[in-house]
Design a protein around this ligand. Sequence first.
Ligand code: SAH
Ligand code: SF4
Length: 364
Amino acid sequence: MQTTGKRSIHSLVLDEITDYLATQNERPYRAKQIVDWLYQRRVGGFNEMSDLPQALRERLAQEFAFGNFETVRVLGSQDTTRKFLFRLGDGNLIESVLIPASPSLYGSTSDRRTICVSTQVGCAYGCKFCASGLDGFSRNLDASEIVQQLLAVEKASGERIDNVVFMGMGEPLANFANVVRAIRIINAPWGLEIGARHITVSTSGLAPQIRKLADEPLQSRLAISLHGATDDVRDKIMPINRKYNLTTLLAACDYYASRKKQRIYFEYILIAGINDAEEQAHLLAHHARRLGARVNLIPYNTVEGLEWSRPSREKQERFLSILRGHQVVATLRREKGHDIDAACGQLRLQTKRSEDGVIIAAVS
Ligand code: SAH
Ligand code: SF4
């Protein structure tokens, strides 16, 4: 979304730029020149596109917005998880997280740098354990605001990103069209050229949209935030389960797996006394085996103001070994210091207004 009301050039796919140029009686090869400036040379405005005629540059600037994405602050250091706080054109604040090489991340091998992107300002789904939904939902990000998180993090860090997880603030499948569009641009050979196998969308369980995603010609990965192997557990912590219960969700996962011929991931946060009973592990294993899904266990990270906590290390390991006992491929995040979980999936911006009316942002 741009305050000017113009479409952002970073939300367009190559064909759309080509179509626009045709309406202007411009040659089709200009479209490739434009995307090269955007995604290879990464200029800051149309006036820098020096091999385009001046008149065309001016027309483009009149027609399209060029993202004004402001990096407000960066937290963390070179070899740890870093958080980037951005201010959008309308003043809203969002975060992205850059996670250094880690063997246990989605689609990641040890030498990959992963970005965790936000898809919405806030979240409407209100999972009881999550910080992102605490302040409710403000708005969807448009595709350019998703794509620009990658551009801005690469620029600020000087590092190349090669793995993308849609696990920041917001529910990606509730912002379906913009997320799919962003994936196209991130994946395209003329765009950011990140392989579809290294792009993972995470959802809390929007069953109809999972089916819709299955029908899209994309090979990106899907992670389901399961967090409970029965309806009674999911009902307690994830309001979405009252709308799409476990049977409905798993049927949608079945459909996805059959259409895509790829494994999906189950994410399972371990929360003490809520979903960590051994019976849950056995049932989770049953669901995972039936679907051929992999399970990523994530010890819960405490959120200020919420009562939840993670089970003991012993209990976490026991849960893992039950899954493995059922021949399920499962991992447990054990990294300390990396702080991956604290970074990804529980983003929360606390904003307050200072006396002179300037928004000050702090990241928790
Ligand atoms: N809305 C989507 C994607 C963003 S959340 C979804 O729910 O899948 C990304 C992941 O972080 C989800 O699995 C979410 O359940 C998890 N998460 C949220 N709060 C967390 C916390 N405090 N500790 C660990 N993981 C958390
Ligand atoms: Fe929203 Fe995902 Fe957090 Fe649930 S876990 S409130 S869906 S961001």
